[in-house]
Design a protein around this ligand. Structure first.
Ligand code: AMP
Length: 289
């Protein structure tokens, strides 16, 4: 497995694949890899001839006071995991390469999606995500890129950005990997105390509760949202939001009619031990989140 430490060396590796006629599936990550990331790499291997991953903790998607400095960076271990998954190469740029001091920054965003939910709590987040993903796509030039449904709003933002800018990359959405008890895997779970780890189950339990209500025919979004909030609060989760939305536009719903919209998406976010966790589930539709 090669490691590209510069943009130039990444471009050289890309050019070799192009000459060889090999298609590239790309898995962008911030490292601290877990089974969720590895499942993306396995999905990627099914979609193209070779898999390229990136490991880059992108500063522009972190807000002031967020965990950029303490975000885990177990680089050697991450590289071993990539190699074990059969990844062809890892792109591992530095901040100075991605954001040269003399560059005049460009703004890319999808305001219709980026201002709600996560955007209300992390107002600069999706602009940072769009900017880094656009840069990474231009450097790696993948045929297909894999993103987890775990970050559902991010997935929708990237799908919209890619479509609107007509970027020649197919976006593949991959299911959320969970611990046995239902907790969605996340690099941030490592911050949780034992007690926090138990409380964190409130998020996935709230989503299961919402799924049961919708399956039983509950059509009032407010009723489902109240039940999710109550479950999270009972687990001592400080709720940021617990909502049911349209699965593509993330718009509010007057009524839950999964057959009309292809399911509805339940999204939850909250803080446990001061750690911000998010999760989601598609209710009444086809496909796993
Ligand atoms: P991150 O390193 O947190 O930026 O995540 C990199 C990619 O892994 C994103 O596409 C995430 O949506 C995806 N991802 C993170 N956690 C999971 C999970 N539990 N299951 C599936 N994909 C995930």
């Amino acid at each position: 497995m090669w490691i590209a430490d510069t943009i130039e060396s990444m471009r050289v590796h890309r050019e070799v694949f192009r000459r060889e006629g090999r298609s590239v599936a790309f898995v962008p990550t911030m490292g601290a890899l877990h089974e969720g990331h590895l499942s993306l790499m396995r999905a990627a291997a099914e979609l193209a001839d070779v898999v390229v991953a990136s490991i880059y903790v992108n500063p522009t998607q972190f807000g002031v006071g967020e965990d950029f400095d303490k975000y885990p960076r177990p680089l050697e271990h991450d590289l071993k995991l990539c190699e074990a998954q059969g990844v062809a190469g890892v792109f591992r740029p530095t901040d100075a390469m991605m954001y040269p001091a003399d560059a005049l920054p460009c703004e890319i965003n999808v305001p219709a999606l980026a201002g709600v939910l996560e955007g209300e709590f992390r107002p600069t987040h999706f602009a940072g995500v769009c900017r880094v993903v656009a840069k990474l796509f231009n450097i790696v030039q993948p045929d297909v890129a894999c993103f987890g449904r775990k970050d559902y709003q991010q997935l929708k933002v990237i799908e919209a950005m890619t479509a609107d800018l007509m970027l020649p990359v197919r976006i593949a959405a991959c299911p959320t990997m969970r611990e046995e008890d239902g907790l969605a895997m996340s690099s941030r779970n490592a911050y949780l105390s034992d007690e926090g780890r138990r409380h964190a189950l409130g998020l996935s339990k709230a989503l299961r509760e919402a799924a049961n209500l919708v399956n039983d025919g509950e059509s009032d979004p407010a009723a489902v949202e109240a039940a999710m909030r109550a479950t999270m609060a009972a687990h001592h989760v400080e709720v940021d939001y617990a909502v049911v939305r349209h699965p593509h536009t993330l718009a509010r719903l007057d009524i839950i009619e999964p057959a009309l919209t292809g399911g509805v998406i339940a999204l939850v976010a909250g803080r446990v031990d001061g750690v911000r966790l998010i999760d989601n589930a598609l209710l009444g539709g086809q496909g796993d989140t």
